[in-house]
Write a protein that binds this ligand. Structure first.
Ligand code: C2E
Ligand code: CA
Ligand code: CA
Length: 779
C-alpha cells in the first residue's frame, strides 16, 4: 500500500474514531444533564401543581362561602324548601365551576344534591370527617374518588353562627382540566392522576394514558428514570391526601427524557454533515500533503531503484527546502560517490597498477572484439628479474612503466596494448601482415635500446639500466583465433627468440613444445629411456700436444619406434622446456659412466665429457647424485668433464654458480660449451669455477675462408690461456683447421675431421688402435 493511501486511511480512521467517541460521550453527558434538568423540572412542576390545587380549593371555598351568606338560601334551608335550595345550589355551583353541589345536614345526611342520579335526600354524606374539618377550619378541600372519577371536593359550613348545615361542591378533575393545569404550570411531559383499585394503580385522569408506568415509584420517592416502550421518562409521584372513604390517589408527573434527548440528538445529527464536511476537507488537505510527501519519495525511490540496476547518472536534486530536499541532495552526492568508486574499481579491475595499461584479462577481451585478422606481439624484458634482484622492485616497476609508455607512444590509439605479466607487454595489431608485425616488433625493441634512467631522486638517482627485450609474434587466424591462445603462441615465439639470441621471432608451429604432438613425444621419451631406445655416441677429443685421443664427448641418439632416428636437436630443447631433461641427464650420466669404467678396465685413459642443460644447474641434488654414481661405479671424479653453456648459467646465475661450485669441489672439471656465441666475455667467466673453454664450431668450421675467425680464435686462445683455461676447438672439419689450431697453441680438437661421433665399440677400438699419424705425429 502506498504511503499516501496509508496516511489518508489512518487520518480518516482517527477522525471517525474521534467523531464517534465525541458523539457518544456528548450523548451520555447530555443525558446526565437532561436527567438532572428533568428532575428539577418535575419537582418544580409537582410543587406548582400542588399549589394550583390548593389555590383552586381556596377560591372554590370562597365562592361557596359567599353562597352560604345568601339570605334566600339560608331561609330555604331553615324552611326545608328543597326546591329553592337545589336551585340556589345549582346556580352557585355552576358559578364556581362545580359539577355537583350537595347540601348536608349537621347530622351528616344529605339534604339536597344537584346530581340527578344521586342516592337522594336522607343518604349519609360519604366523607363525614370532611364536615368536622370544615367546621374547624372554615372549609375543607381534598381530592376524592367519587363514582370512579377524581374530583376536587370542597366543604364549607353554613354558619348561623353555629353550623346549621354544610355545602359540598365537587369540581371534576378530568383530563381536560388536568391538561389545562399542565399548560398553566408549563410542564412539557405528562400529568396524570392515578387511583388504587383492586388491580393496582390505574390512571383516572390525565395525559399519561397507557403510558402509566407499571412500577410506579411510591410517594416520597425522588424523581426516577423509568424505561418503557424503549423510551425513557423521569417520573415523580406523590400520594395525595384523600378522605377516609376514598381510594388512594396520587399524582404522576412524567418528563419524557427521550423526547428531550431526541431534540439534542437532532442537533448532534446536525453535526454529522458538518463533521463529514470537515472530514472531507481534512482528507483533501491530507491527500495534498501526502501527495506532496509521497510524490518526491516515489521519485527518490525511483532513483534508488535505478542505482540498484547500475545506472549511476546522478538524479537532479529536488527543489525543496525540507528533509526530502536534503535527502535528494544526499542521494545525489551518494550516487556520485558510488559511481566514482565504481569507476575506480572498474579501472583497477581492468588495468595494471604498475604500468597503468590494460591488464591481461581486459586486453584479451579487447582483442576478442577486435579485427579477427592481425598479429599478436608479445614483448618481454628478458633481464627484468635480474634487474629487480639488483636494483630493487621499485626501480624495476618504474622501468616497466617507462617501457609501457615508450611502446604506447608509437602505437595508434586503436591498437590494443596490455601489460600481461610482471615483465611482459602484448600488442595486438589489427589487420597487420607478418612483415608489418615484424617491423613494429623491431621498432619496439629499438625503443628499448635507450637505457632507462631512473628519475626518482630517492631511489639511486641517475641510475642507468639497460633494457634487453625480446619479442614473439603470432598471427591471427593462422596460429589461432582465441586471444589467450595467440598470446601463448607469441610467448612460445618469444622464448624461441631468447634461445636463438635474436630480438624478434615468429611462432613456428613445428618448434612449439606445447603442441600435442610434442607433448606425446615427451611421453615417449620417458618410456624410451626405460626401453633403451637411446644410444650414446662418443666423439673423440684429440690432445693437440700428444696427438692422442684423451677424451670423448657423449652425444645422445634416439631411435624412436615409430618416428625413426631423432637427432638431439629434435628433443633436447623440448625436454628442457618440458622439465624432462633430468631424466635424460640421469640416463646419459649412468650409461656414459658405465662406458667410462669399461675404458678404465681396458686400460684406456680417456676422460668422458657430458652435456648438462640449464635445468640440471637448478637441481641442487645434482652434485650429490653424481658423486654417488661415481662412487658406485668406482670412478674418480677426474674421469668426468661436464659441459655447460653460458646461457644455461645466465638463466639463474647465483643458483647455477652454487651448483657448479659444489661440482668443482667434488673434483670434476667444468667446461664452457659453445663459447663465443653468447654475450659474455672472458672476464665474466672468471667468476665461474671452470677450467676449460670449448670454442663454438661456428668459429672453427670456416677458419680457412674467414680471416676474422682466425683472429678471433687466436686471441681467444691466448686470452683463455692467460686466464689459466684449457681450450678445445670443436667443429674441426679439415686438416687446415687442425694445423692452424695446433699452431695457435689450442689444447684439444674435436670434429668430423678427427672422427664423427662413434658407437661405443667403434670408439673403443679406435682408441685401442693408438694414435693416427694422419692427425699429427704422436708425441
Ligand atoms: P654440442 O654439445 O655442441 O655437441 C657437438 C655437436 O656438434 C654434436 O651434434 C656433434 O655431432 C657436432 N659435431 C661434432 N664435430 C663436428 C664437425 O666437425 N662439424 C659439424 N658440423 N658438427 C660437428 P649433435 O650430436 O647433433 O648434438 C647436438 C647438440 O645436442 C649438442 O651440441 C648438445 O648441445 C646436445 N646434446 C647431445 N647429446 C646430449 C646429451 O647427452 N645431453 C645434453 N644435455 N645435450 C646433448
Ligand atoms: Ca657439448
Ligand atoms: Ca658445442
Amino acid at each position: 500500500m502506498r504511503f499516501g493511501t496509508r496516511l489518508a486511511l489512518f487520518v480518516t480512521a482517527t477522525l471517525l474514531v474521534v467523531g464517534a467517541t465525541t458523539g457518544v460521550g456528548v450523548r451520555f453527558l447530555l443525558r446526565d444533564i437532561l436527567i438532572d434538568d428533568g428532575k428539577t423540572q418535575v419537582v418544580a412542576a409537582e410543587a406548582r401543581f400542588h399549589k394550583q390545587l390548593t389555590e383552586l380549593g381556596r377560591s372554590m371555598a370562597e365562592g361557596v362561602r359567599l353562597l352560604t351568606l345568601d339570605f334566600a338560601l339560608r331561609r330555604a334551608i331553615a324552611d326545608r324548601d328543597a326546591a329553592t335550595v337545589l336551585s340556589a345550589l345549582r346556580n352557585h355551583g355552576r358559578r364556581v365551576g362545580a359539577s355537583r353541589t350537595i347540601l348536608i345536614d349537621t347530622d351528616g345526611t344529605v339534604a339536597g344534591d344537584t346530581s340527578d342520579d344521586a342516592a337522594g335526600a336522607g343518604a349519609a354524606f360519604p366523607f363525614p370527617a370532611l364536615l368536622d374539618r370544615a367546621a374547624e377550619e372554615e372549609y375543607a378541600a381534598m381530592v376524592a374518588i367519587v363514582e370512579n372519577k377524581p374530583v376536587w371536593l370542597v366543604v364549607v359550613p353554613v354558619l348561623a353562627p353555629d353550623p346549621i348545615a354544610y355545602i359540598a361542591a365537587a369540581l371534576p378533575l378530568d383530563s381536560a382540566r388536568l391538561l389545562r393545569m399542565q399548560d398553566a404550570i408549563g410542564l412539557p411531559g405528562q400529568l396524570g392522576l392515578a387511583a388504587r383499585g383492586p388491580a393496582g394503580w390505574r390512571q383516572v385522569a390525565g395525559s399519561m394514558g397507557d403510558r402509566l408506568p407499571e412500577h410506579l415509584p411510591l410517594e416520597g420517592n425522588e424523581p426516577t428514570v423509568v424505561a418503557f416502550d424503549g423510551d425513557e421518562d423521569i417520573v415523580l409521584t406523590r400520594i395525595l391526601a384523600v378522605p377516609e372513604n376514598s381510594p388512594a390517589v396520587m399524582t404522576v408527573i412524567g418528563y419524557p427524557l427521550s423526547d428531550a434527548l431526541r431534540r439534542y440528538q437532532r442537533i448532534l445529527l446536525g453535526l454529522v454533515p458538518a463533521l463529514a464536511l470537515g472530514g472531507g476537507a481534512a482528507l483533501i488537505g491530507l491527500a495534498a500533503i501526502a501527495r506532496g510527501v509521497s510524490r518526491p519519495i516515489e521519485v527518490l525511490a525511483g532513483y534508488t531503484e535505478r542505482i540498484a540496476a547500475g545506472d549511476y547518472t546522478p538524479p537532479p536534486p529536488l527543489a525543496r527546502g525540507d528533509e526530502l530536499g536534503q535527502l535528494s541532495v544526499a542521494l545525489h552526492a551518494m550516487t556520485r560517490a558510488i559511481s566514482d568508486r565504481e569507476d575506480r574499481i572498474r579501472h583497477q579491475a581492468t588495468h595494471d597498477p604498475i604500468t597503468g595499461l590494460t591488464n591481461r584479462d581486459a586486453f584479451l577481451a579487447t582483442v576478442q572484439a577486435a579485427d579477427p585478422a592481425g598479429a599478436m606481439v608479445v614483448v618481454a624484458l628478458t633481464a627484468w628479474r635480474d634487474t629487480v634482484r639488483t636494483v630493487g622492485r621499485e626501480i624495476g616497476e618504474g622501468l616497466m612503466h617507462d617501457v609501457g609508455q615508450r611502446i604506447a607512444s608509437i602505437l595508434p590509439a586503436n591498437v590494443p596494448l596490455g601489460a600481461i605479466g610482471e615483465n611482459a607487454f602484448a600488442v595486438y595489431l589489427p589487420g597487420a601482415d607478418p612483415a608489418a608485425a615484424r617491423a613494429i616488433a623491431a621498432h619496439i625493441a629499438e625503443l628499448c635500446d635507450l637505457p632507462y634512467r631512473n628519475a626518482d631522486p630517492y631511489l639511486e638517482p641517475g641510475l642507468n639500466i639497460d633494457i634487453p627485450v625480446a619479442a614473439g609474434i603470432a598471427l591471427r587466424p593462422d596460429h589461432g583465433s582465441d586471444p589467450a591462445l595467440l598470446v601463448r603462441r607469441a610467448e612460445v615465439a618469444l622464448l624461441a627468440a631468447m634461445q636463438q639470441q635474436t630480438r624478434v621471432a615468429s611462432y613456428d608451429p613445428d618448434a612449439d613444445p606445447h603442441r600435442p604432438m610434442r607433448l606425446s613425444l615427451m611421453n615417449d621419451l620417458r618410456v624410451g629411456l626405460r626401453r633403451n631406445e637411446f644410444q650414446l655416441l662418443y666423439q673423440p677429443k684429440l690432445d693437440l700436444r700428444t696427438n692422442t685421443i684423451t677424451g670423448a664427448e657423449a652425444l645422445i641418439r634416439w631411435q624412436h619406434p615409430t618416428q625413426g632416428f631423432l637427432p638431439p636437436d629434435e628433443f633436447i630443447s623440448l625436454a628442457e622446456q618440458t622439465g624432462n631433461i633430468q631424466h635424460v641427464t640421469r640416463w646419459v650420466l649412468r650409461n656414459g659412466l658405465l662406458e667410462a669404467s669399461a675404458w678404465q678396465a681396458a686400460g684406456l685413459s680417456v676422460r668422458l665429457a657430458i652435456n648438462l642443460s640449464v635445468r640440471d644447474l637448478s637441481d641442487e641434488k645434482l652434485p650429490e647424485r653424481i658423486a654417488e654414481l661415481l662412487q658406485n661405479i668406482g670412478l674418480p671424479p677426474r674421469a668426468l668433464v661436464l659441459e655447460v653453456t653460458e646461457s644455461a648459467i645466465m638463466g639463474e646465475p647465483e643458483r647455477a654458480i652454487a651448483v657448479l661450485r659444489r661440482l668443482e669441489q667434488l673434483g670434476l672439471d667444468i667446461a664452457i660449451d659453445d663459447f663465443g656465441v653468447g654475450q659474455s666475455s672472458l672476464a665474466y667467466l672468471r667468476r665461474l669455477p671452470i677450467c676449460e673453454i670449448k670454442l663454438d664450431k661456428s668459429f672453427i668450421m670456416q677458419l680457412r675462408q674467414n680471416s676474422d675467425d682466425r683472429t678471433i680464435v687466436r686471441s681467444v686462445i691466448e686470452l683463455a690461456h692467460g686466464l689459466g683455461y684449457r681450450v678445445t676447438a670443436e667443429g674441426v672439419e679439415d686438416a687446415f683447421g687442425l694445423d692452424l689450431l695446433r699452431s695457435f697453441g689450442c689444447d684439444y680438437a674435436q670434429g668430423y675431421y678427427i672422427a664423427r661421433p662413434l658407437p661405443a665399440a667403434t670408439f673403443r677400438a679406435l682408441v685401442a688402435s693408438g694414435p693416427d699419424p694422419a692427425l699429427g705425429a704422436p708425441a
